[in-house]
Design a protein around this ligand. Structure first.
Ligand code: SF4
Length: 267
């Protein structure tokens, strides 16, 4: 195996160890002695990471944290306080591997809130939600499709820190992180939510159903005495992977229903 082909394997190995919290094993003296063993070692670790009793699935790093309490400030002030609270979060292992926390962005007074899954690589590096290719597509949907400025909506994710190698969010991570998303929803109090993909839809609607079964019709999120309509649709990353007329038509159908709902409300 050439040195250049080993570099990505070694990088993956280091990332995986950090994800699992095995800081000691990233020390040079504990690396597999023979570079040829890296591939086998990685395969073993990947299998271990998928087991429900692996460290990724285990306890939060910090056992108890006082829940955030929404105060009487303006929406912008309360979101700023919540962001500061989130920056100190160490409730799951993702705090060890993130470059930046991705809190959320947009208009605190937004009528429409988009909720995605978790930051990807670009988002992690920039600390902003939806800034990579999927972000460009979302911006097109909002600005070219819905004909409103992106800065007039509010965008957040189920998880505030990037899962390494863009793996799926784990249940323990969702459980630990979503109280902050719930606070964001309570503060912004949007008139409608567009849930991007299965993870956001399942969390908001407390269901195990798949996105194909959920998308295309309004559901309801009951929170703090509010009944917020939720429209699930495909995640922009999925649209980019399955860039067919059919998939784009379905997303357009979902978004159009949201715009019609808001227009009817204004009449
Ligand atoms: S993903 Fe959420 S719960 Fe986990 S450390 Fe980041 S902010 Fe905290």
């Amino acid at each position: 195996m050439s040195n250049s082909s080993l570099i990505p394997l070694i990088k993956d190995y280091l990332k995986q160890e950090m994800t699992l919290g095995n800081w000691d094993s990233v020390a040079p003296e504990t690396l597999p002695p023979d570079p040829g063993d890296v591939k086998a070692y990685l395969a073993k670790k990947t299998a271990a990471a998928k087991k429900p009793d692996s460290k990724v699935e285990s306890e939060p790093l910090s056992k108890f944290r006082e829940p955030f309490k929404i105060g009487s400030g303006s929406k912008a002030e309360e979101l700023k306080r919540l962001r500061e609270y989130a920056l100190g979060c160490r409730q799951c292992a993702l705090c060890k591997t993130r470059s930046n926390l991705v809190f959320g962005s947009g208009d605190p007074e937004a009528k429409i809130m988009f909720i995605g899954e978790a930051p990807g690589e670009d988002e992690d590096l920039q600390g902003e939600p939806f800034v990579g290719r999927a972000g460009e597509l979302l911006t097109d949907i909002i600005e070219k499709g819905m004909k409103i400025p992106r800065k007039s909506v509010y965008i957040a994710n189920v998880l505030k820190c990037r899962p390494p190698m863009n793996r799926d969010p784990q249940p323990v991570e969702i459980d630990n992180c979503t109280p902050m998303l719930a606070c964001q929803i309570r503060i912004v109090r949007p008139q409608v939510i567009i849930a991007l993909g299965a993870f956001a839809s399942r969390y908001l609607l407390n269901t195990k159903s798949g996105i194909n079964a959920l998308r295309g019709t309004f559901h309801t999120l009951s929170i703090d005495g509010m009944a917020i309509p939720v429209m699930p649709t495909y995640h922009p990353s999925y649209v980019l992977r399955e860039y067919t007329v059919e998939v784009r038509r379905k997303v357009w159908n979902d978004v159009t229903q949201v715009m019609k709902y808001l227009n009817d409300k204004q009449v």
